[in-house]
Design a protein around this ligand. Structure first.
Ligand SMILES: [Zn+2]
Length: 343
């Protein structure tokens, strides 16, 4: 266990119960590390002392931040309600988590963080520890443990996803900066799911793909895409990479009103890391509300906003705005995306 982690555990232990194994490791670290041992002693002194009240200006700042956040949440809820009233009946289901419960979770976590911060600030002053080392260390520790608590479960750190793609190719730096490993077949986007030893027999040719795969330097190579001929629409394809790897890709889809819609790219994707683009028959929207190309229609089955051309219905295809979350099928694409209904 390193200094940062040891102090994070000690701070948590000062606040409530921590796993016995963590505490034992932190204490073992303090036995060997004089600097952390001094922090531990300081915390023990604090624990023995009567608990100090947070400075009044800190309480004011916390309360004011809390009020601002409450206002924002209420405003969002009002905007959602107003938008829902203007929609056709079928798309008026609530989008995502209600603002109220989102707010409550945030309030709890913020209160915990503020209390921890107050204890550290008061503790540093009261115990008079050597500031440069300890202030940096414990500041980091508090911020990190607060982030652990506030980080949404779905936002795994880049590279933590236990699929083949995260280990596949150095070009795949982060899902935010560059796209996942995509290829396009007949305009539809497929995403790498796994790297296998061999391609199953009894597959048939589904088309031709030009891609440099994970090689950022070379020109796209032409490969035959294979698929199960029994599939009514092609959702899984196999490619034999020039270096012999068998790559399995899955069609990128989202669902609206129970129907599957596939991601279409206006431009063929020439190598991993390139994002799908809006088909050129649509002018890129000039505004975040989709205008003048699209208008807001409602939400897909996951609560993501969808947009349609004027007078059109989502069953004829719909658009999704840039910058979705990483767990969305569009995966934070910086472009508008277009989704077509699967037969
Ligand atoms: Zn240490």
């Amino acid at each position: 266990m390193d200094c940062e982690r040891a102090i994070a555990v000690l701070l948590e232990a000062a606040d409530g119960p921590v796993p016995a194994e963590d505490l034992a490791q932190a204490e073992a670290h303090c036995d060997a590390c004089p600097e952390c041992a001094r922090v531990k002693a300081g915390l023990a002194t604090l624990a023995a002392a009567p608990r100090p009240a947070a400075p009044p200006q800190l309480a004011d700042a916390v309360l004011s931040a809390v009020r601002d956040e409450r206002e924002r949440a209420a405003e969002q809820a009002r905007a959602l309600e107003a938008a829902a009233r203007e929609l056709p009946a079928r798309s008026s289901e609530p989008t995502g988590m209600p603002a109220r419960s989102r707010w409550r979770g945030w309030e709890r976590r913020f209160a915990g963080f503020a209390a921890a911060a107050a204890i550290v600030i008061v503790g540093l002053v009261a115990v008079g520890l050597s500031l440069p080392h300890v202030a940096t260390m414990s500041g980091t520790a508090v911020v990190e443990s607060a982030q652990d608590r506030t980080a949404p479960k779905s936002a795994a750190p880049p590279g933590a996803e236990p699929t083949a793609e995260s280990n596949y190719g150095a070009a795949q730096a982060s899902a935010v900066a560059s796209a996942p490993p995509y290829v396009t077949l007949d305009g539809l986007v497929f995403r790498l799911e796994s790297v296998e030893r061999s391609i199953p027999s009894a597959l048939a040719t589904a088309g031709v793909i030009a891609s440099a795969l994970d090689d950022p330097e070379s020109d796209p190579a032409t490969m035959t895409a294979l698929a199960d001929p029994a599939e009514p629409s092609v959702t899984t394809i196999w490619l034999q990479a020039p270096d012999g790897r068998a790559l399995r890709f899955r069609l990128v889809t989202r669902s609206y009103a129970g129907d599957a819609f596939a991601l279409e790219s206006g431009t063929p994707i020439a190598r991993f890391g390139e994002w799908p683009t809006l088909p050129s028959r649509f002018a890129p929207p000039a505004s975040p509300d989709g205008s003048p190309t699209f208008r807001y229609f409602g939400s897909d089955d996951r609560g993501v906003r969808i947009y349609v051309p004027a007078g059109a219905r989502p069953l004829d295809g719909f658009a999704v705005a840039p910058g979705t979350t990483e767990d969305d099928p569009a995966r934070g694409n910086p472009n508008w995306t277009w989704w077509v209904r699967l037969d």
